[in-house]
Structures are given as structure tokens and as C-alpha cells.
Unconditional design. Structure first.
Length: 911
């Protein structure tokens, strides 16, 4: 991903291989000779030198116009220069020439400008790059050169620039000022000795900008330019790699066919390597910066035309040991009894090593394997059979091995395995260890494995540690599907049969117990049994996927059985029930194992069935499909492994039926094109058939028409379309079903065209209440049926006393019906009302009785008699004392004195 988008004014050259001295040529045409001139010792620059693309809109120097890449150096005053005064850091060869302003007495305003013609250099021809890093001016100093990736004219419209670009704006003269506006306002001035101003578009909005003259040439008109998004992004392929992996990635951009510079920097921001790339016609470029020492790096990509730069996220390069084995992933989960796939990667110089699963001391079981990467693919996948673990080794049966390489070209060898009387248990985690077979260990002794040394090294210093977690297994179910024989052929012959089957499930592979037996010699339909169970694939793997071998196993390793037996109800009295014999049918049964999804599929044609009675399953027979898991090793639980487990059983059905079908009752047509003859059948959806129409009787001229490859749909229906426009009313014919599992013929006739009956909406099954209380809501419903022969749309209404209470627009095909329902609370007084459901063609009504709600009479509350209040005894009044003349109520002598003093102070202040 891209970490940031910036414009970087680099103080370095794109190429640092050389320093060149540029030669100089006077614009006025005067050649320089003799002793080199020195620039004024006190000369100063107005601004840093600018590297830009000078267009023909720039001002002329005494009739000489320089177009293309230049470096402009603007001094604050007139200078006297020659070819020894400037050193340009370009990195390749010397520039061929320098074009500059000389001291010009008539045009003073040009005296301080020097132009270095970059475009004349062989490596810069008509391009902006290689970038100029610095210009060293004798006796003045060394200056970074600012790069402008685009040049716009101040008086030109509809110019486009990519966002993030430094823009050089020129208006045809020196010393000018412009305003740049897009809602925000910016002013920029060139300076007295410069013909350009710089505008940095990084961070500016994607918009159209107007350039207007403030100071300078009056004749310049306003110009515009539009910023567009370059969309430059850099995405490393991987942010965590080892030192043996190349630093690679992709650059994306909205622009196409543009040159890029891709740089790799270390975490000290030092340049490590650089390459050139080009965006293709899709705006994309891939880069490969090679392998690098361990450390942190980042990639910087520069669009050389605009100067826009983006930087990637940090890329961490890890050190790789001399040799190392690792698990990828470190944790593997599998159901007990199934096959676990453990992938080991080989890093560095490792080409072989050892892997241990389990720990005898902790688990009572372990196995040590030698793994070797013969193909130098960098990894080996071990298929570890948890069903066979600890039971026997390859020496017991050359066709069985507890562990082997998934790729036949790689090698996995058993060094040692602990035999166990029991079995691996679910809900247990087994540690896995890996180590590289390097010279520090003596893993080989007397032309054989040194098991002690290998086990010790794995325990003491493994390269990697992982975990194998065994989960509980389960038996989920069994189902019966059916399909045409040609669909079976398509599935089993596909490169990925499981994918081919999955694509056809519920299309032309149908979940159905009924299997049609052909009545014509065409292949019957096939039965497909889907078994959903985990923990059974180890035994299947041990038998190389041979379902029959597993199903017929009778020793202590017996795991499961699929029994397809005739039901008692479909077996004649006193006859033995038929049971399918998988051993005899082995060559005619396709088995698809789907370990990833814990399911397997058995596919066979009922014509290929064989039973223990040396006959086959036939029509009108029904069968019970039962899948049993009855292995102690698979069913015993962790809590009590010695307990006798119960058999797990799941069941489904299978019934063989005679293939049959028929055409619609009336196969008459009219003398028109597009006539349809329809039929239905019980054969599997996806079957194809032909429908032939051939003239009969005295029909002249005779005719024969065939609709071929008609497909039976999921509902068992098929339809053929015919052109009868050249036939006449009264012509007769037979319509016959051909080339399928059944035959059927019906007679028809070309009849007069009759206009179909229009849509008619009938109302039935009105459901409406008979009584409600005043203010109560009402819900009514009814069935609307289109009894006509055309589709129609009508407004169905609920009316009450002729007024519409509610309505709904209904569209129905011919013979289609639907139920409408309305709910409302009508404002009705007590009484009887007529209401119902109405269509344009029909109605059903009922009487609604609205009853007054009786208000209960309130029970009077008894009035309590007041309790008499006793008359209070009068209290004799005390006489009020009369004040003496010396006492003023509430105003003593001290208070009077204070008041007098306060009044005096107030009078004094008012003076």
C-alpha cells in the first residue's frame, strides 16, 4: 500500500555518477574568448534555480527563443559570466552548451537572467530528466535546483496538470505577478530577472484555477488550468520477506505510458538501489528491486514527468538461517479418523529434514518422519492418516502408510513410529516439531537413521514448533439425488469432478428419492448417494479411495457400511429382500471424495445394480439407504475409551419408478407460428428429449416437424415450439415424445383461432366477522381467482354500504389466485351494515352487526356524616400595656443616636 503522497524537492541528482562542467554561449551572438570572466563577487540570486520546460510563449532574447528543458538562474543584478562559471550536477556527460543573457544596455530588465539549455544534452533530449540536482556558481555558491514538472501559460485556457506537480507559470516577460484563484486566492511574483513563478499543487483541490495578471504585460489575457488526480500508488507484494526473496510490487496510476523512477531506501533514508520502469496502457507497472540484506526498507516511486512521489509502507527483510524448516500454517485442525495435511517449508539451504508428531512421554505416541524436497519447490506437504496412526507401518501392507507426500515427486519416509493398542483421541493437541538436517547433527549412522540423535535434536533445538489438533468426528446424514446419465458423464469426466457436481446441484442434479428406469433402451437415470460424515476419510485413504474395499472390510478396522436394501413393503411375500452388492458393482460406481467438506458421493445407474440374489433393482421396488458408522476406534469417547459405543446410523430412501410422461390433454394448435405443445414427466430434470409432430390421415400436403433437445425443467415439465403458419385448419397430426426414457403419442388438429377469454376475477372464501362493538377494528379477507385465459389487473375493493373502505391492485395470470386482506376501524353507529369484497366482475358480501357498548351504571358512594366539632372554651384576653412617654416602640435611644449621626454624615457629603 502507499504510505504517503508528497512532492519532494530533491537535493540530489537522479544520477550521481559524474559532475559535468557546462559550456556557455552568448545570446547576443558574441563569442567568448580570452581570459574567463568572473561573476561579481557580491552577486546574489533572487531565488533558487528552476528546472522547467520552456515553451515558445516565453519571451525572446534578441530574437533567439529557447524551447524545451532549461535551468533559469535569476540574479539580483546584471552579471558577467562565461562557460567556467557554472557547474551543473547532472550525473552523465557535460552539457553541450549554456545559453544566457549577456550585459545588454538597451534591455536592462534582462540583465540578471541566465538560462542553461538542458534540452541540448544527449541524455536529456526533449525530456525533463535526468533531474538536475544542483548548480555550483563560481564565487557565488552551490544551489539546489527546483524542479517544475509542468509549465502553463498565463494566458492559455483549458490546460491540465496532475495534482502534486510543481507548476511553472510563464507569461511572456520578466518581472510579473499573477493571481491564482479557485475560490481561494494566491499571489505569486516571478522577480525582476525571472520569467516564471512556481505554484505547488500538492494538497490543492482538484478544481479549475484561473490565472489573472496583476503586474506585467498588459496584453496578457486570463488563463486557466485544471488539476487532475494522478492517483499514483505503490503496493509491495509483501511487507515481511526474508533475505532470499526479491523486493517486488506494483505501481498504479490514473495516467498511462509514463516513465517512473523506483528507488529503494533503507531505514536511514540512504538510497540502496534505483531502477526505471514505465506505466503500461492500463496505468500499471511491476517492479523488482532484487534481494537485500536484513533490515527495514521502503520504496519510493517518482512520476518523472510531474515529479509526484509516493512512498510505500515499511518492508521488513528477515535473516534466514543457513537452513531451516518451518510449518505453514503452524496449527492444523482435523477430525479424528481423517487425513491431516501438514505443510513444511524449506528455507535457506535446507533441502531435507525431520518432522515429529506427538510426544511419546506426554501422549503415549509419536512418529518421526524424514522429509525431502526433491523438486526444490521450497515445501513438502505431509498427508498424515490419523486413522492408521500407531496401528501398523508400511511394512505390514505396502498399500497403506500412515504418512506420505501429497506430491508424488516429493519424499516422506517414516523413521520411527510408536505402536499403540488404542487410538488417537479427539479433543487432543499433538505437538509437531521440525528441524533441518545440517552438518551440526549426526543424523545418519551405519547407513541408517540415527533415531536417538534425531529425537534428541528435535526435542532440544527444533527450528519450528506447531500443533496438530484433533477434533470430534460426526455422522450428519445421507441423501439421495438423481440426474440424467449424460450429466453423470459430464461430472466424472471433468478436470475437477467435485466442482462440476457442485455447479449442477439443484439444477440438473435433483434431490429426489425417485429414480426413473428407462422403458425405451435409453440409459436410465442415475442415483447419487451423498454421505455427510467426518472421520471416515482415513480408512478411505488407506484403501486409495476404494469405497468398496472399505465397505466390505470385516476385520478390526471396520469403520462404516452403506447398505441399500429393499423395503419389506415392496418385497413380495415370502421373498428375500434384495441388497445391493457393492463388490459386484465396484466397476460401475463412481466415488467422489470431498475431504474438505466431509462428504462423499456414490454415483451409479440403476441398470448397473447387482444384488446378492444375482439380479438387479427394478421398477416398482423401494429401498432403504442406511449409512452406519460402527467402529470402536471412531466412536469411543475420550471420557471412557473402553465403553462399548453405539452405532451411528443415518437413513434415506430410494424408489425405482417406471419412466413415464404425457402431453397436455389438448394438443390442438392454430395455423400460426409460435404454437406451443407442452408435457410433463417423472424422469430426472435435465434430461433432454425430442418432440415430433407428423401429419396423419388425409392431410395434404403432409408435414413433419421436430423440436429437438427439449430440457425437462425442475418441475418435470417440457415444452416444444412449432411453426404451423403453412398448415390449414382441419390438418391432423400425431405429437410424439422421442429419444428419451419413455414414449408417448397424442393426436391433434389444426383448429380455428379463438380469441381467449379475457381475465375474469371471481371472489370466493369471504372471511368477515358477523358482529363487532362500536369502535372495534374489522379484518376481512377473500380469495381472488382469474378464471379467464389472459393475464389481468384489477382493483379489488372492500366496500361498506357502497363506500370503499380500502382497496388493492391485483395482477393475476390465467387460472392464478391470491388472497387479499383488509383491516380498518370504520366509524359506525350501532346497527346492521352490508359489506364485502368487490372486483370488476364479481363480489361476495356479508352482514356486519355493530352493537352499542353498554356503559355500566356506577355504584353510588355513601356520603360520610361529618363528625361534630366541640365548641372551644374561650381564653381570657391579657390587657395590652400602654407605653410610657419615654419609650418609642421599636426605636431606642441608641438607635436614635446612630440615625442622627448618619443623617449628619449624609448632609455633609451632599455639600
Amino acid at each position: 500500500m502507499t504510505r504517503e503522497t508528497t512532492y519532494r524537492e530533491k537535493g540530489r541528482a537522479v544520477f550521481l555518477a559524474a559532475i559535468m562542467v557546462v559550456s556557455m554561449l552568448a545570446i547576443g551572438g558574441a563569442g567568448l574568448a580570452g581570459t574567463a570572466a568572473a561573476i561579481n563577487e557580491d552577486a546574489e540570486l533572487e531565488k533558487d534555480p528552476i528546472h522547467y520546460d520552456r515553451t515558445d510563449e516565453a519571451h525572446d532574447h534578441d530574437g533567439i527563443t529557447i524551447d524545451g528543458p532549461v535551468i533559469e538562474i535569476a540574479f539580483e543584478e546584471s552579471v558577467d559570466v562565461d562557460d567556467t562559471n557554472f557547474t551543473v550536477d547532472l550525473g552523465e556527460e557535460d552539457l553541450d552548451e549554456v545559453v544566457y543573457n549577456t550585459d545588454n544596455a538597451t534591455i536592462d530588465e534582462y540583465e540578471g537572467q541566465v538560462l542553461i539549455d538542458v534540452g541540448s544534452h544527449d541524455d536529456v533530449d526533449d525530456q525533463f530528466y535526468p533531474r538536475i540536482g544542483t548548480v555550483d556558481i563560481e564565487d557565488v555558491g552551490e544551489y539546489d535546483v527546483r524542479f517544475a514538472g509542468a509549465t502553463v501559460d498565463a494566458d492559455s485556457d483549458n490546460q491540465t496538470v496532475y495534482q502534486g506537480t510543481q507548476i511553472a507559470i510563464q507569461d511572456g516577460d520578466l518581472d510579473f505577478t499573477v493571481a491564482i484563484e479557485n475560490g481561494d486566492y494566491t499571489e505569486r511574483a516571478s522577480g525582476e530577472s525571472s520569467e516564471v513563478v512556481l505554484f505547488d499543487s500538492a494538497g490543492q483541490s482538484l478544481d479549475t484555477y484561473e490565472i489573472s495578471e496583476i503586474e506585467g504585460v498588459d496584453s496578457v489575457d486570463d488563463g486557466t488550468f485544471t488539476l487532475r488526480a494522478l492517483g499514483l500508488e505503490v503496493t509491495p507484494d509483501d511487507l515481511d520477506i526474508d533475505e532470499n526473496t526479491n523486493v517486488t510490487g506494483v505501481v498504479d496510476s490514473n495516467a498511462v505510458n509514463r516513465d517512473l523512477q523506483v528507488d529503494l531506501y533503507d531505514d536511514d533514508d540512504d538510497l540502496v538501489t534505483t531502477i526505471d520502469e514505465e506505466l503500461d496502457g492500463q496505468g500499471q507497472a511491476e517492479y523488482d528491486l532484487g534481494q537485500h540484506e536484513p533490515g527495514d526498507y521502503y520504496v519510493e516511486v517518482t512520476d518523472l514527468r510531474s515529479g509526484v512521489t509516493v512512498t510505500s509502507d515499511t518492508i521488513s527483510v528477515e535473516e534466514v538461517a543457513v537452513g531451516e524448516l518451518n510449518f505453514d500454517p503452524q496449527t492444523v485442525e482435523q477430525n479424528v479418523g481423517d487425513v491431516a495435511e501438514i505443510t513444511v517449508t524449506f528455507d535457506g539451504e535446507a533441502e531435507d529434514g525431520y518432522v515429529q508428531i506427538g510426544d511419546e512421554a506426554e501422549d503415549g505416541y509419536e512418529i518421526i518422519l524424514h522429509v525431502e524436497d526433491h523438486e526444490e519447490e521450497g515445501e513438502v506437504t505431509i498427508r498424515y492418516n490419523t486413522w492408521l496412526a500407531g496401528q501398523h507401518t508400511a511394512s505390514d501392507d505396502p498399500n497403506e502408510s500412515v504418512a506420505y507426500a501429497a506430491d508424488d515427486d516429493q519424499e516422506v519416509t517414516i523413521v520411527n513410529e510408536t505402536p499403540i493398542e488404542g487410538f488417537l483421541l479427539p479433543e487432543d493437541a499433538y505437538e509437531t516439531l521440525a528441524i533441518f538436517d545440517h552438518d551440526d547433527y549426526d543424523f545418519w549412522e551405519n547407513d541408517d537413521y540415527n533415531e536417538t540423535a534425531i529425537a534428541s535434536a528435535l526435542e532440544d533445538d527444533p527450528d519450528d514448533i506447531g500443533t496438530l489438533f484433533l477434533e470430534e468426528r460426526s455422522t450428519e446424514g445421507v441423501s439421495t439425488w438423481t440426474a440424467p446419465e449424460d450429466v453423470r458423464d459430464d461430472i466424472t469426466s471433468a478436470d475437477e469432478p467435485l466442482d462440476a457436481l457442485d455447479e449442477r446441484l439443484n439444477e440438473n442434479v435433483t434431490l429426489r428419492d425417485d429414480i426413473a428406469e428407462s422403458q425405451t433402451g435409453v440409459d436410465s437415470d442415475v442415483a447419487i448417494h451423498q454421505i455427510e460424515a467426518s472421520g471416515i476419510f482415513g480408512m478411505l485413504d488407506a484403501e486409495d479411495g476404494n469405497f468398496t474395499a472399505v465397505n466390505e472390510e470385516i476385520d478390526e478396522n471396520e469403520t462404516f457400511a452403506l447398505r441399500v436394501r429393499q423395503t419389506a413393503d415392496s418385497t413380495p411375500a415370502f421373498a428375500e429382500r434384495k441388497v445391493l452388492n457393492w463388490t459386484e458393482m465396484h466397476d460401475d460406481v463412481d466415488v467422489l471424495l470431498d475431504e474438505e467438506n466431509n462428504q462423499l458421493f456414490l454415483i451409479y445407474n440403476i441398470e448397473d445394480t447387482e444384488t446378492q440374489l444375482d439380479d438387479r433393482a427394478e421398477a416398482e421396488e423401494a429401498y432403504n439407504v442406511r449409512f452406519d458408522v460402527h467402529s470402536e476406534r471412531l466412536l469411543a469417547g475420550e471420557e471412557d475409551p473402553e465403553e462399548e459405543p453405539e452405532t451411528e446410523t443415518v437413513e434415506a430412501g430410494l424408489e425405482i419408478i417406471e419412466a413415464d410422461g404425457e402431453l397436455e390433454a389438448n394438443v390442438n394448435v392454430t395455423a400460426e407460428d409460435g404454437q406451443l405443445i407442452e408435457g410433463d414427466t417423472n424422469i430426472a430434470p435435465g434430461n433432454e428429449l425430442n418432440l415430433r409432430v407428423r401429419s396423419t390421415g388425409d392431410t395434404r400436403p403432409g408435414f413433419s416437424k421436430t423440436a429437438e433437445d427439449l430440457v425437462v425443467d425442475a418441475d418435470g415439465e417440457f415444452v416444444g415450439e412449432f411453426d404451423f403458419s403453412e398448415q390449414s385448419v382441419g390438418d391432423t397430426y400425431d405429437a410424439s415424445v422421442r429419444q428419451t426414457l419413455f414414449e408417448y403419442t397424442a393426436s391433434g388438429e389444426v383448429v380455428e383461432a379463438v380469441d381467449p377469454d379475457p381475465a375474469t376475477f371471481e371472489v370466493s372464501d369471504l372471511d368477515a366477522p358477523a358482529e363487532i362493538d362500536v369502535g372495534e377494528s374489522v379484518t376481512v379477507s377473500a380469495t381472488i381467482t382469474n378464471t379467464g385465459e389472459l393475464e389481468g389487473t384489477q382493483t379489488v375493493e372492500w366496500q361498506l354500504e357502497g363506500d370503499v373502505v380500502a382497496s388493492e391492485e391485483v395482477t393475476l395470470d390465467a387460472d392464478e389466485d391470491t388472497t387479499v386482506e383488509f383491516t380498518a376501524t370504520p366509524d359506525l353507529d350501532a346497527g346492521d351494515y352490508t359489506h364485502g369484497i368487490y372486483t370488476d366482475d364479481d363480489s361476495q358480501t356479508a352482514t356486519l352487526t355493530v352493537e352499542e357498548v353498554e356503559t355500566p351504571t356506577p355504584t353510588p358512594t355513601p356520603t360520610e356524616e361529618p363528625t361534630p366539632t366541640p365548641t372551644p372554651t374561650p381564653t381570657p384576653e391579657e390587657p395590652t400595656p400602654t407605653p410610657t412617654p419615654e419609650e418609642t416602640p421599636g426605636f431606642g435611644a441608641i438607635a436614635a443616636l446612630i440615625a442622627l449621626i448618619a443623617a449628619g454624615l449624609l448632609a455633609y457629603r451632599r455639600r
